[in-house]
Ligand binder design. Structure first.
Ligand code: ADP
Ligand code: LRH
Length: 478
């Protein structure tokens, strides 16, 4: 038996999980979970990176002896270091308002269609490229010698070694998905100095050893190697989709976000793909994660927060009894990106669309889940058409697999069977890449087959016809 620690930082919680692998077994346990609470400072919305780092150290202490560890987190955000290697301020949260109106200025230099052709990334105001453009004249950026994406920053603190992991780098909008290298031309035209970034690393590469101070603080006995994993949480989650060999599948990674799409060998960079706002992020082994960002369970998280945190199971039970598809909102709309007042923003969107306004928490929850299922349906149908790759099954992974109503509605809306699980896919993908680097598992398909054999999965068959979803989709498009 070998054990690997996966540090997985989601936008709503961080966790340190331990994966134990035997010849044909894979068992995942939670060593430590801690909240990820962004802080609104006078300067704007910031990540509390020190409390996250403290959570990682607590988690490693709780994990005990491991053969190696790997780190993944949400994408696009970064810390800046000065010439002494010290962090310059708290990393800015991707939901911060600083990027408002920045894209138009960027497109004046590199037009949006050209940017898509070069980087393959969907437009999202928070792509690192726009964050850097927003920070262009800041004192902090002027002082910065190094930019480290969040998992790379934590790896640097743990090992003292700096690198830029490729799957997460692909979310900066500074990588060319065809060459899987920096888009030098885009960076230079926008005045972004690529020397800020540490050298690229790929999943499976060694990332250093835990520093003696970290060993002392966590009570671990060295040497403990850190292995580069798919450090974008969605790359790790897609790696852990438990597809069987040869299966034609789409996936939805559901958590704070829903990331819905396909795994491809090459990017789709057509104008139609840009218009449909599909992204070409990089996955394991040079694969392309062709997907669309959908607001996800963020919509529900924000409502639950506004309602004073009622019991989720009770709320979902009540939502199941609300008549279906009375009102839906566009769950892909960036208008829902910022925090705050979510129940009334959803009610306003329904009112503006001339739909019945959901009022009780159960009605609003049902509206959110119907809207997510509808957005899942659209994304998966459009991805298949744009990439010319039909699928027979939808795999749902991530925290949303614990929401049976959402999984069933997604099956109904897509008119396809849904296989739900595992809920901690990002951590499992993280563990399996470490195990693969250690020679314990074979290729990507073998990793997935091991998951399909060892992880509890739930299958949802589509109910009824998709005609009602088609009608709802058309009503929303009006
Ligand atoms: P992230 O990694 O983005 O922080 P997760 O994958 O941990 O997100 O998913 C968190 C979401 O999963 C929560 O917002 C919640 O909606 C859903 N979830 C978690 N546990 C349950 C549960 N027991 N029942 C229903 N939904 C759940
Ligand atoms: C999900 C995620 C997603 C990104 C967003 C910023 O956690 O990494 O893939 O688009 O956060």
């Amino acid at each position: 038996m070998k054990s690997y620690a996966a540090v997985d930082l989601g936008a709503s919680s961080g966790r340190v999980m331990v994966g134990r692998l035997g010849p044909d077994s894979l068992d995942l346990t939670e060593a430590h979970r801690f909240p990820n609470r962004p802080v609104r400072t006078p300067e704007g919305l910031r990540w509390d990176i020190l409390s996250l780092y403290a959570g990682v150290l607590d988690g490693l202490r709780a994990a005990g002896h491991v053969d190696s560890l790997g780190i993944d987190s949400w994408a696009v955000d970064y810390g800046l270091l000065d010439a002494d290697g010290a962090l310059l301020g708290n990393p800015v949260h991707y939901r911060d308002a600083r990027t408002e109106g920045v894209a138009e200025k960027v497109w004046a230099t590199v037009p949006a269609d050209e940017l898509y052709a070069r980087t393959g990334l969907q437009y999202a105001p928070f792509n690192t490229l726009y964050q850097l453009a927003a920070a262009r004249s800041s004192a902090q950026l002027a002082q910065a010698e190094r930019l480290l994406l969040i998992p790379d920053l934590l790896t640097y603190w743990l090992t003292g070694e700096a690198g830029t992991e490729l799957t997460n780098a692909s979310t900066t909008q500074l990588i060319d998905p065809r060459t899987r290298d920096w888009s030098y031309d885009v960076a230079s035209r926008l005045g972004i100095d690529l020397k800020l970034f540490a050298p690229l690393r790929r999943p499976g590469d060694p990332a250093g050893l835990l520093r003696p101070e970290v060993l002392e603080e966590t009570g671990l006995t060295g040497p403990v190697p850190v292995t580069t994993v798919g450090s974008h949480d969605t790359a790790s989650a897609v790696a852990a989709v438990p597809a069987t060999r040869g299966e034609r599948f789409a996936y939805i990674c559901t958590g704070t976000w829903s990331l819905a799409g396909l795994e491809l060998d090459a990017p789709v960079l057509t104008e139609a793909s840009r218009a449909a706002n599909f992204t070409n992020e990089l996955g394991l082994d040079g694969t392309v994660r062709y997907l669309r960002n959908i607001m996800g369970l963020w919509l529900l998280q924000e409502c639950v927060r506004a309602w004073g945190n009622p019991d989720l199971a009770t709320l979902l039970g009540e939502a199941a009894d609300v008549p279906p598809l009375r009102s839906v909102v566009d769950a892909g709309d960036a208008a829902f990106l910022a925090p705050g007042r979510m129940p009334s923003r959803i009610a306003d969107a329904c009112r503006d669309a001339g739909l019945p306004v959901p009022e009780s928490p159960a009605e609003i929850t049902r509206c959110i889940l119907d809207s997510l299922a509808l957005a899942h349906r659209r994304a998966i149908a459009e991805a298949q058409a744009l990439a010319d790759r039909p699928v027979d099954v939808v795999h749902i992974v991530g925290g949303g697999t614990r929401n049976a109503l959402l999984c069933q509605l997604t099956a109904d809306a897509c008119g396809l069977p849904v296989v739900a699980g595992p809920p901690e896919a990002a951590a499992l993908g993280n563990v399996l890449v470490q195990a693969r680097a250690d020679g314990l598992v074979g290729d990507r398909a073998a990793m997935r087959e091991l998951l399909a054999r060892t992880q509890p999965l739930t299958r949802y068959e589509p109910r009824g016809t998709t005609a009602v979803w088609q009608v709802a989709e058309e009503r929303l498009a009006r």
